[in-house]
Design a protein around this ligand. Sequence first.
Ligand code: NAP
Length: 239
Amino acid sequence: TGGGRGIGKQIALRLAEAGAVVAINYRSNSTAAEETVQQIRATGAQAIAIAADVTYGVDVNRMVATISSELGPIDLLVNNAGIYDLVPHNETTEELWHATIQSNLTSAYLVTWAIKDSMIERRFGRIVNIASVAGLDPRPMSIAYSASKAGLIGLTKSVASALAEYEIRCNAIAPGLIQTEMIDGVEQSTIDTLIAATPLGRIGTPHDVADVALFLLSDQSRFTTGQTIVTSGGRVMLP
Ligand code: NAP
């Protein structure tokens, strides 16, 4: 989901390169999604773009039905679509709260639920949820975002434990600061402070996240489920 640009785009390209047939979901930026599809097709791999707002169940079900009929059953799912808020507590409105939870958490529930029965039937499925270090180490200016990503890490564990008996694995990636349009609104001074607090001394790239996604979606991680892999250059470390 959200595969037309940013982290989702790089994951789509990486998966196609590794031999996957890819469906790229987007909400409104059809130009970016079509460009990504063309980039993939230029390598000889197969891809389609499909519009759907993943916060709406009706849209999600229609998307999954279209992908399944055009490309076949879905083996790999990356719940990547998301939005970011950068506001203090007194600007965290009910509207912002609902929009953030729906975009970052409800969306993953809806898409997973639209696909899981087919995965159960075939006893095969691999799911990766793109969370954030904010879900582990919340920041004061991203209250709804941090809560949504903590929820997504919780959903990852619930899905992993409920669906393991059907050979379905579910893991999360918690990226640190990654260079995409999402961080356009973050001030350079904040970025510099975060880089200074990062042992590997740089901001991340979508490639950094895509390589971890490929690992979690491949057989190389066959004994790994319910985990959150932090990809933050060492800025956030799990105990
Ligand atoms: P981005 O460049 O802003 O891209 C966001 C993508 O999500 C776009 O493709 C957008 O579609 C899609 N999207 C948003 N809401 C949607 C909806 N309701 N339905 C369908 N698609 C929707 O962001 P990014 O940096 O690549 O972020 C990708 C994921 O990584 C997000 O979950 C984000 O929270 C997470 N993350 C990012 C960072 C970072 O520093 N960048 C750090 C940690 C975690 P359109 O193209 O159609 O608008």
